[in-house]
Design a protein. Structure first.
Lengths: 196, 196
DNA sequence: TTATATACTGATCAATTAGTCAGTTCGACT
DNA sequence: AGTCGAACTGACTAATTGATCAGTATATAA
């Protein structure tokens, strides 16, 4: 019967869609038909509401990435890279709010002064880079990925590219789907071992 | 003796650094020692101030990209791609405010309702994609770039990746310089014609 | 029934905000 | 000297904001 989950859900959507500063507590309260004081009953202030959301996002991303590793197996590392790209696009599709929220400047800005926020963001990005790095290391072991490349740095580059495509979609600037094939191709060309 | 340029300069920095919504007119006025009413004398409202800044950014980016094409010549298309990446990183380094501003959600959001804002953003991004696309087309002509790739789409992917690296730097998350060599390498591998 | 803690609310507040306006300063031209 | 317009300002306003608090409703346990 608690409205806490409702508040979190509505605030997540609104913060993701319009940003932290452009979303008032009143607006969050109104969308779920609750007094604004109710929000301050469950959360000390607006920033703590944001932090609670960020914590949920972190848990969600870590959980989903673990599930991805459990449920998928790939023959070669390079296939695993492709799978990782697919997974990222898929996750950003069904959990658009999470990625919108991470893309907002407020998260980055808050991390400068709020250590917990910084910690959450680092955990999230490490988790996301790892998805690609693990695939690349696997590929270097089985010979499908060029051995001279730095797995961590190439993983960051791929993440950067894939995340940029996701951004194009969430910002309604370009349809991510239209670039999907080229994205996969580009990643393969970037890291594949050409001797095979 | 007009304070208009001062206002534009201060507002550009503040909007880029803290965002549109988190920057008050009073704050802009105080940083240059001017009454806040002076800002409303030169600009109809806060949004028009923002639009004036965006117009300046557009002009700057178009101007700099034209200068880049005039002042540089490359032997092969693939070298031109590398030059384009270099140029982008360089420009984002000396005009960090421009790119910070473009990365802010407010620009994208405003474009949804303000046609002029949308037009400016489109012109900016077309100009930036073109830098890479022209290089790729050149490379397909001289055989240094794989001919089967779509120049426009590959240009968008490269832009996305390079811009993502710039973002890492402006967001103080990671040093762009540390990824520079890998970035160039990745771009070359992505589009190079392997038959040569 | 009574007690108690949790969930929730209406009324209210102090602070900040974008924006207005009447009036002042000042340099250029006649 | 006098006129005029552009640049600029101090004082103000109406609206919104995050946050507080005293008090109400409800359910569960003693």
């Amino acid at each position: 019967m608690s409205k806490k989950k409702d508040i979190l859900r509505a605030a997540t959507t609104l913060f993701a869609l319009n940003g932290f500063r452009d979303t008032s507590i009143t607006q969050v309260a109104q969308t779920i038909g609750v007094a604004s004081a109710t929000i301050f009953y469950h959360f000390k202030n607006k920033e703590e509401l944001f932090m609670a959301i960020l914590q949920e996002v972190r848990e969600g991303i870590v959980r989903e990435s673990q599930r991805y590793f459990q449920e998928n197996e790939f023959e070669t590392g390079i296939d695993m890279v492709e799978g990782a790209v697919s997974f990222y696009i898929y996750l950003a599709g069904i959990r658009e709010e999470w990625f919108c929220l991470l893309h907002r400047h407020h998260s980055v800005k808050l991390a400068e002064t709020n250590p917990l926020c910084r910690q959450y963001l680092e955990e999230i990005y490490n988790c996301l880079v790892d998805i690609f790095e693990i695939a690349l290391r696997q590929g270097q072991k089985d010979g499908s990925v060029e051995g001279s490349l730095s797995p961590r740095k190439m993983a960051m580059l791929i993440l950067t590219m894939v995340d940029g495509i996701v951004r194009l979609k969430t910002d309604n600037l370009y349809d991510a789907g239209a670039l999907y094939n080229e994205l996969i191709l580009a990643c393969r060309r970037m890291v594949a071992n050409n001797r095979n």
